[in-house]
Write a new protein. Structure first.
Length: 374
């Protein structure tokens, strides 16, 4: 089955409506850089190569990708390579999928100080789970955390997806202690601990002057409001087989706010895209881009992190002890892998099967720098 190119492309919307967006919204440097990368991706601007069949039966021009982590056309290869590496880390045990969400009253901080706010979010969720595992199971879990900032409508909604082992290595290192088969911890309890950890993290930042443009009265008012709210931690059904974990990871790790495949109709004055449950949303192209740039992450910010047994400090110690007890996650084998097949086919003439000779094509302008720290 061949690859079917999406009918519409976000890059076209960027190229046609970016000027109107910038006349309406003050973009930061990173947002401008990302829009430039998306707009130039796989065009002559970034250069490429000409492929000619050695027998003269076929020729084509292929332009280079921008390789930006926000680009909807550049995630498949990065995702597959990351997944190959990641499955060597995961333990062969069931995993729970948790989602940590935040009250809407805190989103203003995420907009103004994204790196500091998201860092606090990662720390709070990590400390929540490590504390509960230590106190209730006397164990250390493996945690994989992924930041998302969007809803299916592309609105701003920062939250964390967390993949957590259904159990952990005993604190004394003497065995692996399983959690309940279909139950980790009470969600209300996780929400209470998470709320305390996040408010503490934000309070420390505020005390250090990390939010200088936020009036103290506004900060105090918002903190008082969210302190009385129930904070959502959602638990999904665990994966009973380790091979399912690897496939599930791919749905979240390198996902961007919206893929080209979700664009249903694009005209000069509207963009219609699929949301969820068969529903759609229609907005003006400039509003579409305005929603899109909300989800540009700070340069160098790592949106995928590991903690507990999966943290880098444990790679040669406690993780190896746990692996000796339960084994390593088994990734379903592909024979040959999709990447190997695509690579092989890309080097072969589709007409006669002969080799394709490549001739470099120079870029018309300098490509934007890569920004893919995961």
């Amino acid at each position: 089955m061949g690859f079917t190119r999406p009918r519409f492309d976000i890059a076209d919307i960027v190229r046609l409506h970016r000027d109107a967006l910038e006349s309406r919204v003050a973009l930061n440097r990173q947002q401008r850089r990302v829009l430039t990368a998306i707009g130039q991706c796989r065009t002559a601007a970034l250069g490429g190569h000409k492929e000619v069949c050695e027998h003269g039966d076929f020729e084509r021009i292929a332009y280079n990708s921008c390789r930006d982590r926000h680009c909807p056309k550049c995630q498949a290869l990065a995702q597959e390579r990351w997944l190959d590496k990641e499955t060597q880390r995961l333990l062969d045990v069931p995993h729970f999928h948790l989602v940590f969400t935040l009250p809407a009253e805190l989103r203003f901080l995420a907009r103004q100080y994204p790196a500091k706010f998201y860092g606090a979010l990662f720390r709070a969720a990590t400390k929540t789970l490590l504390k509960l595992f230590r106190s209730r199971l006397k164990a250390i879990p493996g945690l994989l955390l992924v930041l998302h900032t969007w809803t299916r409508e592309l609105t701003f909604h920062p939250h964390l997806h967390v993949l957590v082992t259904a159990g952990g290595l005993a604190l004394d290192g003497g065995g692996f202690i399983p959690s309940g088969k279909n139950y980790l911890f009470p969600v209300a309890m996780m929400g209470e601990v998470f709320r305390a950890k996040m408010l503490n993290a934000l309070g420390r930042l505020q005390a250090k002057g990390a939010f200088p443009e936020v009036p103290k009265e506004l900060y105090a008012s918002r903190m008082a409001t969210v302190s009385d709210l129930d904070w959502g931690v959602h638990a999904k059904k665990p994966f009973g087989h380790s091979s399912h974990v690897a496939g599930y990871l791919a749905r979240y790790t390198h996902r961007v706010g919206i893929a080209n495949s979700r664009l249903l109709d694009v005209t000069e004055d509207r963009v219609t895209f699929a949301t969820k449950n068969g529903n759609t949303a229609t907005v003006h192209p400039v509003e579409f881009l305005e929603r899109l740039v909300q989800h540009v992450l700070p340069p160098g910010f790592h949106k995928i992190r590991h903690a507990g047994l999966y943290g880098s400090l444990q790679a040669g110690g406690l993780l190896e002890k746990a692996r000796a007890i339960v084994g390593t996650c088994k990734k379903p084998r592909k024979d040959p892998s999709d990447l190997e097949r695509v690579e092989r086919e890309s080097q072969t003439c589709p007409v006669c099967g002969g080799a394709l000779r490549r001739t470099p094509l120079p870029a018309t302008i300098r490509a934007p720098p890569e920004d893919d720290p995961c």
